[in-house]
Design a protein around this ligand. Structure first.
Ligand code: UGA
Length: 439
């Protein structure tokens, strides 16, 4: 089927490439000319494992093309997926202006009715708003509207798209349901979950907020473990073995970040507020994750005898999680800002996020960026693991001991085994295990 995807960010680009991979004829549309010209040359404007290879494959099969020209791009397509950003507004609600603008342009430039599907995360009742807008702009056409939220994670986005736990198709009419079922007929029928539009819209927010709740819960349990001398790794593993709880998303860390959880959880609170309802659990999770930053900075300070001024800190990891270059709401960046404000001197490293971080932290003088972790570590007083890049697990501690007097590690992702680090003569402070800051 001929389909268009508007927006070539993480969700839009991965979806466009994967739709082409499963056999559709796809056109990716974006207003940003620089992005489109990169994509036309098989260059990926973001870092996402395997995306370039699959893009090259579908380009060779002539199944995908890219344009900035929306009118031309949507001309012959049957369905248009909207995957533009829905950034956070000042009050925490999702800003729908890019979504609505795309819909308005589709309406203006269409000569026949089409199916318009929201893939962007949009608040409940956005489908209704879109239907009204389309009718207002083009009373002569009968556009179809549907919701098909995306659940892919950055860093493993292709795998998540190609092997989904479920595909949610939200439609209020049979024709839209038929078109979307055809688009997804590559996947087993058992994976497809049909709902109405408003429920599909809400499923996305509820899923992200529930996962964020799971993380906030386990992080709070880690705080308790630290106080009582219990072990969070054993606790979360044993909890996860209960199939009613599940093992995933029980990894402790410096708090959840990224472009989705922090934004979506606030948007859900806002959606409920609009309906005169208080979601007390979700509101508490927002608060708990905010407090996490303070706790993490406190932990780092304690490892440096409560004085950050002039202390040299090697910050390993800047991305909001491993396998991405994305630093939006990255706990590592938020921590870096706080440490810099308290006069620490940072030498930072990341495998993919240095460019984005340099830009984000350009106003701070006391931070330098290094291409190799070992260069960032040189001369430091403390090493912080802020992002769980697997490569950090293989740091050469014998080499580190030769180039620096630093013997302290604060591991905010629990990537090491305490005994492994301690045998090298380092003091090791991690999450959710009793800590002795006197070492
Ligand atoms: C999240 C959801 O997992 C996707 O299903 C959803 O499609 C996406 O948002 C979205 O709405 O577009 P993503 O933000 O890419 O995906 O990243 P996650 O892997 O979910 O991680 C989010 C944050 O939680 C990261 O800061 C990560 O470090 C943290 N996290 C995750 C933990 O601290 N512990 C865990 O066990 C898992």
């Amino acid at each position: 089927m001929k389909i268009a995807v508007i927006g070539t960010g993480y969700v839009g680009l991965v979806s466009a490439v994967c739709f082409a991979k499963i056999g559709h004829q796809v056109i990716g549309i974006d207003k940003i000319a620089e992005k489109i010209s990169k994509l036309q040359n098989n260059e990926i404007p973001i870092f996402e494992p395997n995306l370039k290879e699959v893009l090259e494959e579908v380009v060779a099969q002539k199944r995908i093309s890219f344009t900035t020209d929306l009118a031309q791009g949507i001309k012959d397509v049957k369905a248009i997926f909207i995957a533009v950003g829905t950034p956070q507004d000042e009050d925490g609600s999702a800003d729908l202006s890019y979504v609505l603008q795309a819909c308005e342009e589709i309406a203006k430039f269409s000569s026949q009715s089409k199916l318009i599907v929201t893939k962007s995360t949009v608040p409940a009742k956005t489908g209704e708003k879109i239907k009204k807008l389309l009718k207002d702009v083009r009373p002569d056409l009968n556009f179809l509207v549907a919701s098909n939220p995306e659940f892919l994670r950055e860093g493993c986005a292709l795998d998540d798209f190609m092997n989904p736990d479920r595909i949610v198709i939200g439609c209020d009419d049979e024709e839209s349901k038929k078109i979307l079922s055809d688009i997804y007929d590559f996947f087993p029928a058992s994976k497809i979950y049909h709902t109405d539009i408003i429920t599909a819209e809400l499923i996305k927010y509820a899923s992200n907020s529930f996962l964020a709740t799971k993380i906030a819960f386990i992080n709070e349990m880690a705080n308790l473990c630290e106080k009582l001398g219990a072990n969070i790794t054993d606790l979360s593993k044993a909890m996860g073995k209960d199939t009613r709880i599940g093992e995933k998303f029980l990894n402790v860390g410096p708090g959840f970040g990224g472009s989705c959880f922090p934004k979506d959880i606030l948007a859900l609170v806002n959606i409920a507020n609009q309906a005169n309802l208080k979601l007390s659990i979700v509101e508490t999770v927002v608060e708990s994750n905010k407090n996490r930053l303070i706790l993490m900075v406190d932990k780092i300070k304690k490892a440096l005898a409560n004085n950050l001024s002039g202390k040299k800190i090697a910050l390993l990891g800047l991305a909001f999680k491993a396998n991405t270059d994305d630093i939006r709401y990255s706990p590592a960046i938020l921590i870096a800002k706080e440490l810099l404000k308290q006069n620490a001197i940072i030498s930072a490293h990341d495998y993919q996020a240095i460019n984005n971080s340099q830009n984000e932290l350009k106003d701070f003088k006391n931070i330098k960026f290094y291409q190799e972790p070992i260069d960032a570590i040189k001369d430091s007083d403390l090493i912080i693991i802020a992002t769980e890049w697997q490569e950090y697990c293989y740091l050469d501690f014998d080499k580190i001991k030769k180039i620096t007097n630093c013997r302290k590690i604060v591991d905010l992702r629990n990537i090491f085994k305490p005994s492994d680090i301690e045998k090298h003569g380092f003091s090791y402070h991690c999450i959710g295990k009793q800590i002795n800051f006197d070492q």
